[in-house]
Design a protein around this ligand. Sequence first.
Ligand SMILES: CC(C)(COP(=O)(O)OP(=O)(O)OC[C@H]1O[C@@H](n2cnc3c(N)ncnc32)[C@H](O)[C@@H]1OP(=O)(O)O)[C@@H](O)C(=O)NCCC(=O)NCCS
Length: 199
Amino acid sequence: MKLTIRGAQSRDLPGIKRMIDVYIAEDYYSLAELEALLRDDRYLCYVVTDADRGDALVSYFIAFLSTLDRALPMLHVSEKPEKLLAYPDDTLVGVYKTSSTEKEYQGLGICSSFIRDLEPVLRERGARLILATALRPLGREVPMRRIFERNGFDAIAEIPRPWVDMYLYCPYCQRHHCICDAVFYMKKLEDTEGEHGGE
Ligand SMILES: CC(C)(COP(=O)(O)OP(=O)(O)OC[C@H]1O[C@@H](n2cnc3c(N)ncnc32)[C@H](O)[C@@H]1OP(=O)(O)O)[C@@H](O)C(=O)NCCC(=O)NCCS
């Protein structure tokens, strides 16, 4: 296993789409939407490939920069959670949007390294917070829970059935109107600066 991380390119998009179909929900993103993300400089899209398997795509990570008021609806959060009330609508935030790792490569720390390594990039670009909506597959625990907790994120809201109005086949609840719930996470980037003796 010889893993390499790099920015996603157009040629990676069919592989990313296939992983999204399998691990998130069928057609959660179209190829055209993924193409548009790659051209959008607010988006950060990375892949991990395995040189020992002909550079096969084994993981991807999609994040973006936004203002708080625009990010919340994109994260299926209809009401500003109490922990965010102190932040004005135009606060710049980083959003960890979507990620999957191929089954044989799960548990090796790939997703965790994206979560850690993108943090300074988002801070550098002015984000004060990182936000994420994490799927709770029906009847199971949130796969991202320990990853977020280990990296200083707090669960600040429960989001009941955020995807129920979309027509998408969910591989977890096996319905076309997904009845899985989600947990909303946040991390304040200012705190981390303080911990490292920033100011
Ligand atoms: C969740 C996922 C992205 C994590 O990627 P990864 O590269 O395996 O992550 P890491 O190796 O950095 O972290 C592994 C941790 O993920 C958690 N985890 C991974 N898969 C899990 C699962 N199916 N159920 C519960 N926890 C899971 C565990 O906490 C594990 O840490 P531990 O072994 O110390 O308990 C990956 O397992 C995946 O693609 N799963 C299927 C799709 C999915 O659930 N995506 C998230 C949608 S928001």
